[in-house]
Design a protein around this ligand. Sequence first.
Ligand code: GTP
Ligand code: MG
Length: 347
Amino acid sequence: EQQSQTFIRSPIVVVLGHVDAGKTTLLDKIRGTAVAKREPGTMTQHIGASFLPWKALESICGDLLNRIKAEIIIPGFLVIDTPGHEAFSNLRKRGGSIADIAILVVDVQRGLEQQTFEAIDILRERKVPFVVAVNKIDRIPGWKSFPDKPFIESFQKQEPSVQFRLEEFLSYIIQQFNSLGFRADRYDRVRDFTKVLALVPLSALTGEGVPDLMLVLAGLAQRYLKKRLETKISSGRGVLLELKEEVGLGTTATLILYDGVIKRGDLVVTGGLNGPIVTRVRSLLMPKPLDEMRSPEDKFQEVKEVVAAAGVKLVAEGLEEAIAGAPLYVVTNESEIEKFSKLVEEE
Ligand code: GTP
Ligand code: MG
């Protein structure tokens, strides 16, 4: 009954960084640019995540994309934002645990800060490849902004003294990474991205440098994640990112599906306060396109099935007992319930 053809699932990109580093602004910028360009198949909203199809990447990167000259194999990225406030360390850990790749956002003038170090520990422990977005370059005194342009173009147009100031900030950040045992350099000076961390100077506010960031991300994903992303269409696996009361629906969960497929009516096992929860998917909800919303409450549309990677709202009985961060397994054969319950308890 299961199809056995392999496909390349979209990598999950998690955005991490210290509070106020500019993670959400960066995501808004990427989303906004994709939407503003009005390309077919641009960014679509998922629950708790945004999907950035390859088409949208092409429109953001423009000519830069020719540089990686790679055959396009990934369908796009599922991007997940995380909060930087120290109180949300559990959300960062959860994010790190499902990330295929990450963007670490650092404020150019502040360098690595407390939650940046924490994020690096998570990424290092999980062996997640990451690129560093060195944000807020527009705040460097004397910086002239060239909105949405590649960093390498914008940089050439700056006064030498301003270029020098940026280089100083970068050297400090590179030193900080060195002291943690990482080699790091400005991305356009990196030859081997498996050995040296790439720093992409950018401004999430003006968009300059964002094309370069997406380029590095695409390059990393294409080159280093191919094996990991090859998957057979199989029963779904995911993580409950968040639990939320919805009027008329009761407790629902934001499910990040990182592998396989989940369908309405599927039997699933997840983690609960009083042991594993075995329940059936009552419905799967995705955001409704803005132009189809009739009222602010009319936010969701039902879908029959969802394929990884995706963010979806899960409605099922018993979720009020569920634990955010718990794994979720789709059961295809009732004999698996026990096995999955054990796995859930071990987490
Ligand atoms: P948390 O979610 O609280 O961890 O913060 P965040 O990392 O999502 O930061 P956010 O995007 O909310 O930005 C924090 C502040 O920095 C906001 O006032 C942004 O407008 C500002 N900001 C973000 N990126 C830039 C940038 O590139 N340049 C400038 N000048 N300001 C920026
Ligand atoms: Mg934020």
